[in-house]
Design a protein around this ligand. Structure first.
Ligand SMILES: *[C@@H]1O[C@H](CO)[C@@H](O)[C@H](O)[C@H]1NC(C)=O
Ligand SMILES: *[C@@H]1O[C@H](CO)[C@@H](O)[C@H](O)[C@H]1NC(C)=O
Ligand SMILES: *[C@@H]1O[C@H](CO)[C@@H](O)[C@H](O)[C@H]1NC(C)=O
Ligand SMILES: *[C@@H]1O[C@H](CO)[C@@H](O)[C@H](O)[C@H]1NC(C)=O
Ligand SMILES: *[C@@H]1O[C@H](CO)[C@@H](O)[C@H](O)[C@H]1NC(C)=O
Length: 415
């Protein structure tokens, strides 16, 4: 199938695209202006560093923008002020229209479950309905949600091939029944899937892949993830077996920890290089229940750095586990679109390494001073709320962060 624009007289198409370009330009200008204004707020030294001929050099003190009761701590965000402003705007204005089609008893509208590896998908389906973001009026909508759950389809034993057909038929039925898709060629539409088959199941729909916002747990280039368009859904295995860790650095005596399946090249190397090390606790096998009650989870409490190597497919649940238990995640991957990485500064609460660094892993971690570790840990505790799903959803939780990412992507060009 080719990506063809709707038939239009060429002159009006040209006008449209000119208007679109101007609109884009206007938005970009506005955004960069806001960015610059905020930047200059943060670095007044720019104006004071070079002494001017006039004698009256005014000392401009750095504005102290600290955490207040809004729960946004400046240390972990790229642009805290911008985040606060835009987040409030999102809360008051963002509206999503959910297509009403599809039987909830099959795989539409409602989640499969709120537990297990793909719980994030279930939570999103449920949370959206529990939230105030839903509108029944498509004209009020900023974005349109295609409520088909691939995880639920899997639960019904549907094959991957059939899934592709079902997704295609469903989207095409929406496209012919309603005028909304054609207005933007799907650019203001989104779908959500945590299981990676969900990403593959959409391959029969080039526009869906190309234009729509894909909210997926599998944010690697393998699935054609486009960072400025798509949204990385944090994979969180809930409910957590044990309470959140934090402010417990004195109990963290193990340098590094990993236990899991060797289902990727980097995991095989990690296990081979470090399995017998006395400072890094690396087990080349998952810790099974027979070892003892919650042994796996308890190790997170005792460890400073938890290694998160890429696995075969969707495998960021370990990252969310590390965050929850207060163990600094060490991302060991050549490419990973970390959830919320355009909002949160991951370098403030994690260690991000390339796969080739696996051979120096111990030295890199030992190189971190206790102060550096304590600061990372301190910041990690601040972001825990962003990686937790709740029902009903609460401010700044995983659901709201995903909604915020969608809000950032909702400016679209109409065809
Ligand atoms: C796939 O669809 C075909 C045709 O509808 C059906 O006969 C078959 O049983 C389906 N297979 C699975 C695994 O769902
Ligand atoms: C949208 O466009 C498609 C393809 O051009 C067409 O089949 C469909 O009928 C259109 N939908 C509406 C509601 O006009
Ligand atoms: C440290 O570990 C001990 C023993 O497990 C526990 O009782 C204590 O609460 C922990 N300290 C903190 C700050 O979590
Ligand atoms: C680790 O120890 C086991 C058992 O002694 C041995 O078979 C294995 O080769 C060792 N691995 C490395 C990387 O030294
Ligand atoms: C550890 O730190 C030292 C000094 O800062 C640096 O020279 C060295 O390259 C670092 N080693 C690793 C493996 O990062």
């Amino acid at each position: 199938m080719l990506a063809v624009k709707p038939q239009q007289p060429s002159s009006s198409a040209a006008v449209c695209s000119l208007q679109a370009s101007l609109l884009t330009l206007a938005i970009l200008t506005l955004v960069s202006f806001t960015y610059l204004s905020l930047k200059s707020l943060h670095s007044p030294s720019l104006q004071t560093s070079t002494p001017t001929p006039t004698a009256h050099t005014v000392q401009v003190s750095q504005p102290q923008v600290r955490s207040d009761d809004d729960g946004v701590d400046d240390d972990v965000y790229h642009l805290p002020k911008m985040f606060k402003l835009n987040y409030e705007e999102m809360e008051s204005r963002f509206k999503v229209y959910i297509y009403p089609d599809g039987d909830p008893n099959t795989y539409y509208q409602t989640p499969r479950k709120l537990t297990g590896k793909y719980a994030s998908e279930g939570y999103f389906f449920q949370n959206l309905r529990e939230s105030k973001f839903v509108t029944d009026d498509p004209d009020q909508a900023d974005l349109f949600f295609i409520p088909i759950s691939c995880h639920k389809m899997r639960g019904k034993g549907i094959s991957y091939e059939n899934m592709t057909v079902i997704v295609q038929n469903y989207v095409e039925s929406l496209l012919s029944k309603y005028p909304y898709w054609n207005g933007t060629l799907g650019a203001d539409h989104f779908f959500v899937t945590c299981h990676d088959v969900g990403v593959r199941a959409t391959e029969g729909l080039p526009f869906l892949v190309k234009n729509s916002i894909r909210v997926v747990c599998s944010p690697s280039y393998d699935v054609g993830f486009i960072p400025h368009k798509d949204v990385a859904l944090p994979q969180v295995l809930q409910p957590f077996a044990l309470p959140a860790g934090g402010n417990d650095v004195e109990n963290r005596t193990t340098l590094g920890f990993w236990a899991g399946h060797r289902n990727s090249k980097i995991r095989v190397i990690l296990a081979r290089v470090w399995e017998n090390d006395t400072e890094l606790d690396i087990s080349n096998n998952r810790i099974n229940r027979a070892t003892g009650h919650l042994v796996y989870q308890k190790r997170f409490y005792r460890t400073k750095f938890c290694i998160c190597p890429g696995g075969s497919q969707v495998n960021s649940a370990r990252i969310a586990d590390s965050i929850h238990y207060g163990c600094i995640p060490v991302i060991l991957s050549n490419y990973y679109d970390l959830p919320f990485n355009d909002i949160l500064n991951w370098h403030k609460f994690s260690v991000i390494l390339k796969e080739k660094d696996v051979y120096q892993l111990k030295q890199i971690l030992k190189n971190k001073t206790q102060e550096e570790f304590v600061e990372l840990h301190h910041n990690l505790v601040k972001v825990q709320k962003h990686f937790q799903w709740n029902s009903p959803p609460i401010k700044h939780d995983a659901f709201h962060m995903v909604m915020y990412e969608l809000w950032l992507r909702h400016h679209v060009i109409k065809y």
